[in-house]
Write a protein that binds this ligand. Structure first.
Ligand SMILES: Nc1ncnc2c1ncn2[C@@H]1O[C@H](COP(=O)(O)OP(=O)(O)OP(=O)(O)O)[C@@H](O)[C@H]1O
Ligand SMILES: [Mg+2]
Length: 366
């Protein structure tokens, strides 16, 4: 193909991608308008490896908006920049590149036959990605643009620290907090597992286990009357499953992820190679989670005496496939557990539980 023809093809691809993204953004835009600007009412922000989610209260209703936490680099050209601007697709220029970020990045990547990149890895800013902080700030700016009132209380989620790399969390938390404060918010962080307790266990006096099985990691918090007794993480999440399944089946990650999100049922017998591998790695993740839970509780000396058996709430995108809760219960019951558990429950809104809990925490700060 001649360079000219190649250029034309690329321009066509870009225009198609832009119109697809536009169609999606315009539906989102309408709902944001309906939500209106909530002025100084508190905000909850879940800054996750795969997604950033904002929760806010409009009148009595909690509403959510989100953007994928990913981006793609395309070569800079005035034509591309013009298309992005005309279509209001989130982007910025960095030297000879244009960085397209948020929900638009995925559509762009698939049109250009390439993969998106992530500014975060395993719950924290990815130190190997030079654009990481700028992309996260861009997404946060967009989500918060209609809620920017000076002095608004805002809680944002942070993961539990990784074993042996505790100082990485200090950097992650400080950079985000400083930025949110510079935007005029009164920002405070909340552990992600505790946020799940805040959103899901109000009827239990904020006592029990909150678990978020996310894209990068799984976060766990045991709380007693809203006070965290223990928090920890395991280094496996949806990305681990996608990478592992792609590696053994030879499929690309995007196809594995689509299959996992749309067709996986852990209660059914696998009917093809991808399903078989997904079930194997899901079991591996769930077993790692249950074993880490058992070990951590057994090693913790300060566990309070609960008046009655407690609940475990599961949330996060990775906990969504049918059968996740049942596999979790199966592994939990295989050996004795040091605390009496009354019930294991899946959150009714697994993708929004963290931001909702952060919002509850922000409301307490008022
Ligand atoms: N319906 C679904 N079934 C299975 N997996 C899903 C589904 N929906 C989303 N996921 C997976 O959930 C993960 C994202 O979950 P979530 O949004 O809770 O993560 P995150 O908060 O961004 O990440 P983390 O908490 O690890 O930083 C991804 O791996 C995604 O593929
Ligand atoms: Mg999360």
């Amino acid at each position: 193909m001649t360079p000219r023809k190649h250029g034309k093809k690329r321009e066509k691809q870009l225009e198609t991608a832009a119109s697809q993204i536009m169609a999606r953004q315009s539906t989102k835009g309408n709902s944001a308008e309906k939500e209106g600007s909530s002025g100084s009412s508190p905000l909850g922000l879940d800054i996750g490896t795969s997604k950033i989610v904002l929760a806010k209260k409009d009148y009595r209703k909690t509403t959510f908006s989100s953007q994928k936490n990913e981006f793609i680099n395309v070569d800079y050209s005035r034509f591309t920049e013009g298309i992005l601007e005309q279509n209001d697709i989130r982007h910025y220029r960095s030297g000879d590149s244009l960085l397209v970020y948020g929900d638009g990045a995925e559509t762009f990547a698939s049109m250009m036959n390439s993969e998106t990149r992530r500014p975060m890895r395993r719950g924290l800013v990815n130190p190997k990605e030079v654009n990481a902080i700028q992309v996260i700030k861009g997404i946060i700016d967009d989500l918060l643009s209609s809620s920017r009132t000076y002095g608004t209380q805002l809680c944002f989620s942070v993961p539990a620290p990784a074993k042996g790399a505790e100082s990485d969390l200090i950097y992650h938390e400080t950079v985000l907090k400083r930025y949110l404060n510079e935007m005029g918010f009164k920002a405070r962080s909340i552990n992600e597992g505790l946020a799940v307790v805040f959103s899901e266990l109000e009827d239990e006096n904020f006592t029990g286990f909150g678990i978020s099985a996310g894209g990068g990691i799984c976060n766990v918090c045991l709380a007693y009357l809203s006070v965290p007794v223990l928090t920890f993480r395991i280094e496996k999440g949806g990305d681990f499953i996608d990478d592992a399944v792609a590696s053994v089946t030879g499929e690309v990650n995007t196809r594995v992820r689509n299959y996992k999100e749309n067709d996986l049922d852990l209660t059914k017998k696998p009917s093809n190679e991808i399903e078989d591998a997904l079930v194997i790695y899901y079991d591996d993740l769930i077993l790692s989670l249950v074993e880490a839970l058992r070990d951590t509780v057994s090693r913790t000396s300060k566990i309070p005496k609960f008046e009655r058996p407690i609940q475990i709430v599961l949330s996060g995108g990775t906990a969504m496939p049918n059968g996740f809760k049942e596999r979790f219960e199966h592994f939990l019951k295989r050996e004795e557990f040091p605390i009496e558990i009354r019930k294991v429950r899946l959150s009714s809104d697994p993708l929004n539980a963290t931001s909702k809990g952060a919002l509850v925490a922000a409301q307490f700060e008022e």
